[in-house]
Design a protein around this ligand. Structure first.
Ligand code: ACO
Length: 329
C-alpha cells in the first residue's frame, strides 16, 4: 500500500452474550447497590458469557457481521489481529481459532495483549502491516470474556466489567478517508496498579495459587482513574496535532467505555458537547479491548457515525497502555 493511501474501515460488527447481569443481580452477590454503581461508574448492566464458552464464539460472531457489512468473503482476509487479555488459551492465539471458525484460510493470525487498548493497538499494527507488507484486507477484532477472571467476592472490581467483541474489516482507500493518524504508548512503571497475576509463568495454576485466586483482576481504582484521564487526553492531543486538526474538528468521540466519569472528564477537558461523545457503558460495563469496536459498530449502525465523519477513538488500560486514532469514515 503506497504511503499516500489509507487503511479504511469497510465494515464493522459486534457481539455480546445473551445473558445480562444487572446491578440488582450484583446486589445479591456482593455488598453493593445500584445507586453506588450508577453514581460512580454509569454502569447499569453488563452482558456475561456462560462459563466455559470462551472468547472464540463472540469474536467469530463479531467478525462474521463485520465481513457481511463490508461485503468481503472470509477467504479474502490476509490477516487477523485480535486484541484481548482473555483469549481461550494461553496458546495458541485465539485469532487462530477465529480464523478456523470463520474460514479465513489464507490469513495470518495473532493476538495482541494491550488490555483495554487492545483494539487501537491492533488497528495501528494492521495499518502498518498493510503499508509495509501490502495486505489488502485485514480483520481487526477486540474481544474479552473478562467475567472469567473476576473475583466475584471483590465489589471493587466485579461490578465494573462485562463480556463482548467488536470487529472491523480494513481495506485500502485513496479518497482521503480512513485512518488519518494513530498513536500508541505504554508505561510499564505502573503495571501493578491494574493486573491479573495468574496463569502466566509467574503464578501458574498450582492448587495453592488457585486457592489464592491468582487468576483475577487486581486494581487500584483511584490511581487508574487519575492516569486514565490524563493519558487519554495525551493520546488525543498527539493524533490531532499529527493530523493538523483540533478537537473542534471531531464529529464523534468514541472513548473507551470504562466509566462514565472518565468519559465525562475527557469530554469536558476537550470542551466537546454531549452529542459528540458516544456512550454505551451503561449497558455493557467495561469490556476492555471490545469496548471501542463495539461502540464504533453501534455508532455506525445507529446513524451516530456516518460516511465522511471524523471519528476520534481513545483508550487507556493496563500496562499502562493508551492509544488514540482518528478515522475519516
Ligand atoms: N459498591 C459499594 N461500595 C464500593 C464498591 C461497590 N461496587 N466498590 C468500592 N466500594 C467502596 C470501597 O470499598 C470504599 O469503601 P471504604 O471507604 O469503606 O473503604 C468506597 O467505596 C470508596 O472507594 P473508592 O475506590 O475510593 O471509590 P471511587 O470513588 O474511587 O470509585 C471506582 C471506585 C469506580 C473503581 C473508580 O476508582 C474508578 O472508576 N476507577 C477507574 C477504574 C477503571 O475504570 N478500571 C477499569 C480498567 S482501566 C480502564 O479501563 C480505564
Amino acid at each position: 500500500m503506497p504511503y499516500d493511501t489509507h487503511s479504511i474501515i469497510l465494515g464493522t460488527g459486534r457481539a455480546a452474550p445473551e445473558k445480562i447481569l444487572t446491578n440488582a443481580d450484583l446486589e445479591k452477590i456482593v455488598d453493593t447497590s445500584d445507586a453506588w454503581i450508577v453514581e460512580r461508574t454509569g454502569i447499569r448492566e453488563r452482558h456475561i458469557a456462560e462459563p466455559g464458552t470462551g472468547l472464540t464464539p463472540l469474536a467469530s460472531e463479531a467478525a462474521r457481521k463485520a465481513l457481511e457489512d463490508a461485503g468481503i468473503e472470509a477467504e479474502q482476509i490476509d490477516l487477523i489481529i485480535l486484541g484481548t487479555v482473555t483469549g481461550d488459551y494461553t496458546f495458541p492465539a485465539t485469532a487462530c481459532l477465529v480464523q478456523e471458525q470463520i474460514g479465513a484460510k489464507h490469513a495470518a493470525a495473532f493476538d495482541i495483549s494491550a488490555a483495554c487498548s487492545g483494539f487501537l493497538y491492533s488497528l495501528q499494527c494492521a495499518d502498518a502491516l498493510m503499508r509495509s507488507v501490502g495486505y489488502r484486507h485485514v480483520l481487526v477484532i477486540g474481544g474479552e470474556v473478562l467475567t472469567s477472571i473476576l473475583d466475584w467476592s471483590d465489589r471493587n472490581t466485579c461490578t465494573l466489567f462485562g463480556d463482548g467483541a467488536g470487529a472491523a474489516v480494513l481495506g485500502v482507500g485513496q479518497d482521503g478517508s480512513g485512518l488519518i493518524a494513530s498513536h500508541i504508548q505504554s508505561n510499564g512503571e505502573h503495571a501493578h496498579l491494574l493486573y491479573n497475576p495468574g496463569c502466566g509463568s509467574m503464578y501458574p495454576p498450582t492448587p495453592e495459587n488457585v486457592d489464592q485466586k491468582v487468576n483475577t483482576i487486581r486494581m487500584e481504582g483511584k490511581e487508574v482513574f487519575r492516569y486514565a484521564v490524563s493519558s487519554m487526553l495525551d493520546g488525543l492531543s498527539k493524533v490531532l496535532a499529527r493530523a493538523g486538526l483540533t478537537s473542534e474538528d471531531i464529529d464523534l468521540l468514541i472513548p473507551h467505555q470504562a466509566n462514565l466519569r472518565i468519559i465525562q472528564a475527557v469530554g469536558k477537558r476537550l470542551d466537546l458537547p454531549e452529542e459528540k461523545i458516544f456512550i454505551n457503558v451503561g449497558h455493557y460495563g467495561n469490556t476492555s479491548a471490545a469496548s471501542i469496536p463495539m461502540a464504533l459498530d453501534e455508532a455506525r449502525r445507529s446513524g451516530r457515525a456516518n460516511k465522511g465523519d471524523l471519528v476520534a477513538m481513545v483508550t487507556f488500560g493496563a500496562g499502562f497502555t493508551w492509544a488514540a486514532a482518528l478515522v475519516r469514515l
